[in-house]
Write a protein that binds this ligand. Sequence first.
Ligand code: RTP
Ligand code: MG
Length: 155
Amino acid sequence: MTFEGTPRERTFICVKPDSVQRGLIGDIIKRFEQKGFKLVAMKMMQASEELLKAHYEEHAAKPFFPPLVKYMGSGPLVPMVWEGQGVVKMGRMILGETNPLDDQPGTIRGDYSIRMAKNVAHGSDAVESAKREISLWFTDSELNSWSRCDDKWIY
Ligand code: RTP
Ligand code: MG
């Protein structure tokens, strides 16, 4: 079932290890919460090499793949699932460009990074990628479907 374009659309966001070290978890969550998106899953974990290779499989042949997998496995990270209308596209806008030096201030990467190799957080680039990534990182029972009484102010 697809919820693209509806309040049930979901994306996968992951706070990368550099941001955990720098104490940025709360700020990243805050930006998504204040926009009006709903957090439906979150955990802290050390990702295995196998999981990281599967997550970034589209980049497997690229020269930056080995350092990317090493960096993502260098410490705990915080994978999350966010829900809401347009959350995949808007999630990427909240994060900013891949290279933080191309970014406007006001985005997460634009505000907190100057290095592409340590660019703070990951966000799914399409609805289909989000589905694949959510199923890699979370079991169905870890995804919380919940309603809040103030949804009427957003939708
Ligand atoms: P992400 O998947 O982590 O959200 O990043 P993204 O979509 O903005 O960028 P993507 O092309 O998927 O690349 C994944 C991560 O690999 C590193 N990268 N290095 N030319 C390079 O050296 C290069 N290109 C990409 C970045 O850390 C990027 O976030
Ligand atoms: Mg990507």
